[in-house]
Design a protein around this ligand. Structure first.
Ligand SMILES: O=P([O-])(O)O[C@H]1O[C@H](COP(=O)(O)O)[C@@H](O)[C@H](O)[C@H]1O
Ligand SMILES: [Mg+2]
Length: 559
């Protein structure tokens, strides 16, 4: 046995001694035995990975595979995280009786992690309020403001694979944490000694309770109230993708006067194993197949979907040759023009990896425009926000009540817009064409590479930094920026941005929620003689060439 292996085994045994979860304990005991017996290389690598650092706050809180060890999601990590957060809150003005609202999705152990969190809050003298059942993330964000809480926690891994879970952390403003709060909370988590030093009390101890359905109804009525008067004739197919959006979306649409959507039966109820999809992420190819098939069979007008925690919204619409998924940037432009047409005043915002079109729409209507880093935590908190969106299917159409993305309210307003268009014999693609004719066709695409070894992502970034591309898809790279130095007033972040000829731009960055390298591309093609189809074809050709060149420059194989 090498000294390194000895240290690893000691750490694992120390961890085992305080793990309150039978299942993760059994799993780690087994792994420790395999390492101690014959140091089987696979077992050693697995154990080392579990103890390689601790889960850190990323784009949207903590996120990782379920399992034992500090580098996984489990009860020990959650209890420590809750205790660190409680200590941060106490140091920043929270007093006895300050409330913390806790929500959870329907993933494996989400309810257990929520319960642990509530007990830690009680133990710290704060008052936990638990949402009554697995519910959408935006409902949690709503509850923070509505109930005047000092913080909120949502136990969810959103759209990640079934074996993952996660922990989204919000402060009293209803937005997810950003620096320096995240590092200050992380420091307090790191400072926690043994788990036995963390006081835990039953949730009633400090007046905490499980909330009733009234908070759910209050949220759903608020969302339904966003729709104006107008046409409601629209045949909607909907899927919550085995997540928690289902009943909320149906209730909101009906309250707003729509006929109940047809819901994809096999994906209607929450299921932690997401049995009908490879990845429960509407961005992934195939995730919407069942919904689109149902829409085809029933000749529906639109397909809408939420990701499993219902903070994202995806849509597909019928076109001449079948069904077309709308990109997040397209839905963002549609919702923005819908709100601008209604006279919504304020700041229109998106992330730097999203389309530049929003800036043009806002400017044309005399409204302010702001760009942030990736992550809705940056958008939701902007003062004076009128509307915010990001290409990753996230939209905030009601910043007054929900300072985060909300797949339920976005879905309602998109259906409202589609019904208005249908009433005059048009579809959402026609509205997109109108926008393209006025502002130029802004076409976006993404190369997303899933890796098993995070080293591959670092290697691609290193290669790009060492040998920057000089042209992509035949467009010269006119300017390159390394985002790690913090450009244009943005906080530093790992990423590279290239400005190309003809207004094209490319950004590459590692995902902060999944083991993926993401490259976001945009080209802007003027529309001549109202011929949007020609501009679209030209843009598609350039984007395809840019993708291929980018993959070669980064040394990656996109799937
Ligand atoms: O998981 P969700 O639905 O909350 O979505 C989260 O992850 C997305 C992808 O982030 P990344 O590119 O770093 O993986 C972000 O755009 C989003 O703001 C964040 O809330
Ligand atoms: Mg989500």
């Amino acid at each position: 046995m090498t000294p390194d292996l000895d240290v690893l085994l000691t750490r694992a045994r120390t961890w085992l001694a305080e793990d309150p979860d039978k299942q993760t304990r059994a799993e780690l005991e087994d792994l420790v035995a395999r390492v101690a017996d014959d140091a089987a290389p696979e077992a050693v690598a697995e154990l080392a990975d579990r103890f390689r650092g601790t889960l850190e706050f990323g784009t949207a809180g903590l996120r990782g595979a379920l399992g034992a060890g500090p580098n996984r999601m489990n009860r020990v990590v959650v209890i420590r995280a809750a205790a660190g957060l409680a200590s941060y809150l106490r140091d920043n003005g929270a007093t006895a009786g300050s409330t913390v609202v806790i929500g959870y999705d329907a993933r494996h152990n989400s309810d257990v992690f929520a319960q642990d969190t509530a007990e830690v809050m009680s133990g710290a003298g704060l008052t936990p309020l638990l949402l009554p059942r697995p519910l959408p993330t935006p409902l949690l964000a709503y509850a923070i403001r509505e109930l005047g809480c000092v913080a909120g926690i949502m136990v969810t891994a959103s759209h990640n694979p079934p074996q993952d879970n996660g922990y989204k952390v919000y402060l009293g403003d209803g937005s997810q944490i950003v620096p320096p709060a995240d590092t200050e909370i992380a420091a307090r988590i790191a400072a926690i000694g043994t788990l036995t030093s963390v006081p835990r009390e039953p949730i009633g101890t400090t007046g905490g309770r499980v909330l009733g359905e009234d908070i759910v109804d209050s949220y759903l009525d608020t969302v339904a109230g966003l729709a104006g008067d107008g046409p409601r004739d629209l045949d909607v197919v909907y899927t919550p993708l085995h997540g928690v959006g289902g009943t909320s979306v149906v209730q909101v649409l009906e309250t707003a006067g729509f006929t109940a959507p047809q819901v994809v039966e096999a994906q209607e109820h929450p299921d932690a194993d997401f049995p009908t999809v490879a990845f429960p992420n509407p961005e992934e190819p195939g995730a919407m197949d069942l919904a689109i098939a149902l829409a085809e069979r029933t000749d529906a007008d639109i397909v809408v979907a939420n990701d499993p925690d219902a903070d994202r919204c995806a849509a597909a619409v019928p076109v001449a040759d079948g069904w077309r998924m709308l990109r997040g940037d397209e839905v963002g432009a549609l919702l923005a023009s819908h709100l601008l047409a209604r006279g919504r005043q304020g700041t229109y915002a998106t992330s730097i990896v999203s389309s530049s079109l929003l800036g043009k729409l806002a400017a044309a209507a005399g409204q302010d425009y702001v760009e942030t880093l990736t992550g809705f935590k940056w958008i939701g908190r902007l003062p004076g926000l009128a509307f915010g969106y990001e290409e990753a299917l996230g939209y905030c159409v009601d910043p007054e009540h929900v300072a985060d993305k909300d797949g339920v309210s976005a879905l309602l307003l998109l259906c409202e817009l589609a019904a208005e268009a249908k009433a005059v014999g048009r579809g959402l693609p026609d509205l997109l064409d109108d926008i393209a004719i006025e502002h130029g066709l802004h076409a976006t695409d993404q190369v997303s590479v899933r890796v098993t070894d995070l080293g591959q992502i670092a290697a691609a970034m290193t290669l790009l930094r060492a040998t920057p591309p000089t042209a992509l898809g035949g467009l010269a790279v006119e300017r390159a920026e390394d985002l790690t130095v913090g450009v244009g007033g943005l906080p530093p972040t790992d990423g590279l941005r290239y400005y190309l000829a003809d207004g094209a731009r490319v950004i590459v960055r590692p995902s902060g929620t999944e083991p993926k390298l993401k490259c976001y591309l945009e080209v802007v093609v003027p529309v001549a003689d109202r011929d949007v189809a020609a501009a679209r074809a030209a843009a598609a050709g350039t984007l395809a060439a840019m993708k291929a060149d980018f993959a070669a420059a980064a040394g990656i194989q996109p799937v």
